[in-house]
Write a protein that binds this ligand. Structure first.
Ligand SMILES: Nc1nc2c(ncn2[C@@H]2O[C@H](COP(=O)(O)OP(=O)(O)OP(=O)(O)O)[C@@H](O)[C@H]2O)c(=O)[nH]1
Length: 426
């Protein structure tokens, strides 16, 4: 690719010399030389051609001088170089030309091909560097703007203890701390992700190896609330120094929706008790603990008595109220960490309880039956069939225990309702 040089000079002889000098350089076709006869054509020529360097003579036709044109050239093409030429060797003119924005100055009296070539070459190189630098600066400024306006928290920290080096305004806003105050804090102090400096060091070592990682961590905001964030982590080495780059996106809304969806999937909307899916999900954990601790593990089915009549006489709404009242009673009675209370059908509830011995569990079940008429409006009794297993050897399969408890419930209904019957294990 050749460089384009524009000659603005009133002397035909000088123009032919410069053209010959530039067109006969060692690298053939290095320069393409154009001439501008009428300085008023500056806007047009700079619009239509990309000019790398202008050779501008001081003395021009019609009593014009090159100094007057520098401003116009710079205005139309700030990255075209200007080599100012004069036949007078006057330093004050050269100084003026530099002040106005010329890049270099040559005296026509001691101009040689090599001198012209080197000077033009240097000017073009300098201008190209300036152009590249300006482009980089513009891109950096745009990036800086994007970072500042981003909703994400962007932070750069040093890897030793995670001290902040630089960050965007979102970080200050989120943490409620001034820029100055943040610099004395570390990334570690704004998250509960690392429980010790050792954990931080382990994380940094892993990041150094992988270069890029994504973590989910809580960041602690100005109200000391833990806000869940998804954080892109990056390990970078610049000028022989290591840096950690973090870009965090607030995922609290997403987490809330996820939790709500999870709740919807496992909870009964009327009573807020677990549904069958929720019960099955918790069942194994309770069973494991009971087996490990050799606790009694009771599986009970509670069923409201003659519930159909309540609906028929008082309406479906009243039926719903009774269901809620009975659910509250169960939730209050069985509220230890491992207890499971669920509504698995219309007026059927499954309760899983573990305890050291069966007697206290029996007591709790009987209490529910006794209390039900008092807490429900209209007053409603309930029946319960249950089965209890203890120790490793006994069958604890859900379907098997359900079948046994259901059989006992059937007996309770047959025996006149309002009672608890324990299934005998065979
Ligand atoms: N209000 C209300 N009723 C429901 C709901 N789900 C099921 N049911 C009703 O519960 C009633 C259950 O009736 P049955 O299965 O005959 O049982 P029951 O009348 O309680 O009789 P026993 O269990 O033998 O004492 C039906 O009428 C269902 O329509 C609900 O969410 N709300």
């Amino acid at each position: 690719m050749h460089n384009v040089v524009l000659l603005i000079d009133d002397s035909e002889l000088d123009k032919s010399i410069y053209t010959r000098f530039l067109e006969s350089t060692k690298n053939q076709d290095e320069y393409r030389v154009l001439t501008l006869e009428d300085p008023n054509q500056i806007p047009q020529i700079f619009k239509s051609v990309n000019i790398d360097c202008v050779l501008l003579d001081y003395k021009l036709e019609n009593n014009k001088n090159g100094l007057e044109l520098i401003h116009a050239i710079k205005q139309h093409s700030p990255y075209s170089g200007i080599l100012f030429l004069t036949g007078f060797g006057d330093e004050t003119i050269a100084t003026k030309a530099f002040k106005l924005g010329a890049d270099d100055y040559l005296n026509k009296s001691d101009l040689s091909q090599s001198r012209l070539e080197i000077t033009v070459k240097n000017i073009i190189e300098k201008k190209q560097n300036q152009l590249a630098q300006a482009k980089t600066n513009r891109e950096l400024n745009l990036l800086r703007k994007a970072i500042e306006n981003s909703q994400s928290l962007m932070m750069v920290c040093e890897p030793e203890v995670g001290l902040f080096i630089t960050f965007n305004q979102q970080v200050c806003r989120f943490l409620g701390v001034s820029e100055l105050a943040i610099k004395s804090h570390s990334f570690m102090s704004f998250t509960d992700y690392f429980n010790s400096p050792a954990e931080w060091r382990k994380f940094v070592a892993e990041l150094q190896k992988k270069k890029v990682m994504q973590i989910e961590a809580n960041l602690i905001n100005l109200d000391k609330e833990k806000v869940p964030f998804e954080i892109d982590c990056n390990y970078s080495r610049i000028d022989n120094k290591d840096y950690l780059l973090f870009s965090g996106t607030d995922i609290s809304r997403l987490t809330k929706i996820q939790n709500e969806l999870q709740t919807l999937v496992i909870k009964d909307p009327l009573t807020q008790l677990l549904n069958r899916r929720g019960l099955i999900a918790s069942y194994e954990k309770t069973l494991q603990v009971a087996t490990r601790e050799n606790y009694a593990f009771a599986f009970a089915i509670f069923d409201l008595d003659n519930f159909k009549k309540i609906n028929d006489i008082h309406g479906h709404q009243a039926g719903d109220t009774v269901l809620t009242q009975f659910s509250d009673l169960l939730a209050k009675k069985f509220k230890r960490a491992l207890d499971i209370v669920s509504r698995v059908g219309g007026e059927e509830f499954i309760v899983i309880v573990t305890d050291k011995d069966k007697a206290s569990i029996r007591q709790l079940f009987n209490d529910v039956i006794k209390t039900s008429p008092a807490v429900t409006t209209p007053s409603t009794t309930a029946s319960c069939g249950w089965v209890c297993v203890q120790g490793n050897s006994q069958i604890k399969n859900y379907d098997r225990l359900y079948a046994l408890a259901d059989k006992a419930l059937y007996q309770a209904k047959e025996n006149g309702r309002n009672q608890c019957i324990e299934a005998k294990l065979t």
